[in-house]
Design a binder for this molecule. Sequence first.
Ligand code: VAH
Length: 319
Amino acid sequence: MEDTILIIGACGQIGTELTERLREVYGGKNIIASDIREGNDEMMAAGPFEIVDATNKEQILEVIEKYNVNQVYLMAAMLSATAEKYPLKGWDLNMTSLLAVLELAKDKHIEKVYWPSSMAVFGNTSPKMNTPQKTVMEPSTVYGISKVAGEHWCNYYHNKYGVDVRSIRYPGIISWKTLPGGGTTDYAVDIYFEALKNKNFECFLGENTRLPMMYMKDAIDATIQIMQANSDQIKIRTSYNLGAISFTPKEIANEIKKYVPDFSISYKPDFRQDIADTWPQIIDDSQARKDWGWKHEFDLASMTNDIISNLKKSKEYSL
Ligand code: VAH
């Protein structure tokens, strides 16, 4: 039987590009995109779309039954910075949506679930360099608390009910097609747009704030790879550490200057600096590389080249 996949939160930063890639892999008609609002014209034209509230289990079940869905990617979440402004809304969205999908999987309405965790599960007491797969996890953000709790729910539903749920702890994800919303790592996306448009950028993190990051293409590859792996390859049912590159605002600015020589950056740390300071600097993802063959393709130089060459193609950012 063909796989039919529902993506909940398809209009978000990762969801948008994940939907596009899954439609290339599985065929447009087999990928049902859904979100609380309609997507861009390209998404709406390329396959089925449904308005779904990620916290509404009945709505999710209706779509599953309408299209005979057998896999769900739950991409809806409130990210770190926004969740600090609306703690209880962030907790409710991130937890209610996950438990709704896990319950549907427990009741055999879904065969396989993907749910993203985040490096935000680590806190000040976790090792910052080569943060291990298993270590102290005392997050200080609502987002991180919800992701730690979510990981243990995933592990519980797998062990108790046999639910096939798989998860990755994403680092900061860098993209150029869809702007992110409400993340602490979003500076590393905005900087490219501002560099090409205005040749200057005010960064809300300090120049030496080192964070684990990953290019969107690698993140999408990893997400599909873990879902296509054989179940017996998945030894971790909380969530897998995933790393790729690690850089500071100063380092990414210097890389951009190779393309925009007169680019200037200033630093004005805000509340997001306190969040970033609790996160790892470099993540150990050797278990993902061993269990299901993960490997990243892009480093800071090749990512920057790909982003800038793509942005330059759109008239809005041609230098
Ligand atoms: C955020 N981009 O900044 C997300 C991510 C680890 C960071 O989870 O909240």
